[in-house]
Design a protein around this ligand. Structure first.
Ligand SMILES: NC(=O)c1ccc[n+]([C@@H]2O[C@H](COP(=O)([O-])OP(=O)(O)OC[C@H]3O[C@@H](n4cnc5c(N)ncnc54)[C@H](OP(=O)(O)O)[C@@H]3O)[C@@H](O)[C@H]2O)c1
Length: 313
């Protein structure tokens, strides 16, 4: 009898922190708190063991409620779940980092976080406003600060013990190298948009060389146009292998060595997205060679302004 396919349970070792990160992760960028709570509970019950959160999503409390409810039910313990959350742009000043981290832990109802990321390399005006704008509607950046200074504050969080691993999000290769070169504690994780329309092969290669996990968000292209889920190469592979396009895209992400994040508020899709099995080598190659469209869906990497979050939130 063939051995069971364990792709969905794959883990990638971390250079510091909680040992390893589950490759198949569930993202919590969900606007409505009740929908967040229900989707997070469904994801945990389905088998997802990595939750990706952020203070910017303004729903850490709902994610925390879902975790607590699931832990109390008894089937899953805190130690079984890898929780990532992120520092937002208005909290980059070193003296603001620990209070922001503590507030995330409080909302998530956790004693420690497995991974804490700087959500974008762009510092905004320090203060409680997450989207500070001038009277002409332009973002107010904080020019008196470097990313290195914020990184040092994250290193101190690791020293204090409640933050197991640290990393960056929405950085390009150059920005990542800059931090790797000076860091006392190197980034363990780099979270960026990545899928067959934006494969980021150079960044992935650099990450592999340095033992950094590339955590790919929008693994299904955020279901935006042009729809990756309807791409002819992806659809053909899915039909041939009797999988769904989403399952092909997610398996592809794990098999090329990234961790991934996908999100759904639909219970049947949450289950579908966890039921992954390994693609044959020729399908992996076909996706690499034949997917022709190249698109970035989220411009957050260029400005620090979140692409998938409406302005009013
Ligand atoms: N670091 C950053 O700046 C950053 C930026 C963006 C996202 N993220 C993280 O990455 C996570 C994932 O990103 P994402 O929301 O773009 O994920 P995604 O999985 O690429 O896209 C989610 C969209 O795909 C749909 N979908 C999910 N499964 C499907 C399936 N099997 N078939 C068809 N459609 C499906 C969902 O619809 P339904 O919900 O209606 O089912 C939803 O509209 C976020 O939640 C967040 O944690 C991070």
């Amino acid at each position: 009898m063939a051995a069971p396919d364990t792709l969905r349970y794959a883990k990638i070792p971390l250079i510091h922190g909680s040992g390893a990160i589950p490759a198949v992760g569930f993202g919590t960028l969900i606007p409505d708190p009740l929908a967040t709570r229900q989707a997070t509970t469904a994801a945990l019950e389905t088998g997802f063991r990595h939750l990706d959160c952020s203070e910017r999503y303004r729903n850490e409390q709902a994610v925390g409620d879902a975790m607590q409810e699931t832990f109390k039910a008894g089937a899953i313990q805190r130690k079984d779940v890898f929780v990532t959350t992120k520092l937002w742009n208005n909290n980059h000043r070193p003296e603001r980092v620990k209070p922001a981290f503590d507030a995330s832990c409080w909302r998530l109802q956790l004693d420690y976080v497995d991974c804490y990321l700087i959500h974008t390399p762009f510092a905004f005006q320090p203060g409680n406003e997450q989207d500070p704008r001038d009277d002409r509607g332009r973002v107010i950046y904080d020019s008196g600060l470097t990313l290195r200074e914020t990184w040092r504050a994250l290193e101190s969080l690791v020293d204090e013990g409640r933050c197991r691993a640290i990393g960056l999000s929405n950085v390009d290769l150059e920005k990542l190298q800059e931090i790797v070169d000076v860091a006392r504690i190197k980034p363990a994780v780099v979270e960026v948009e990545s899928h067959p329309y934006l494969p980021e092969w150079d960044l992935l290669e650099y990450c592999k060389q340095h033992g950094i996990v590339l955590l790919a968000f929008a693994a299904l292209g955020h279901a935006m146009e042009p729809r990756l889920l309807d791409d002819p190469v992806i659809v053909a592979v899915a039909q041939r292998l009797r999988k769904t396009p989403a399952q092909v895209l997610l398996a592809w992400a794990v098999q090329r060595g990234t961790a991934l994040l996908t999100t759904s508020v639909t219970p049947s899709r949450i289950r579908e997205n966890f039921e992954l099995t390994t693609l044959p080598d020729d399908a992996m190659q076909e996706i690499r060679d034949e997917v022709a469209t190249k698109v970035r869906f989220n411009a957050v990497v260029e400005t620090g302004v979140p692409g998938f979050i409406p302005r009013s939130r």
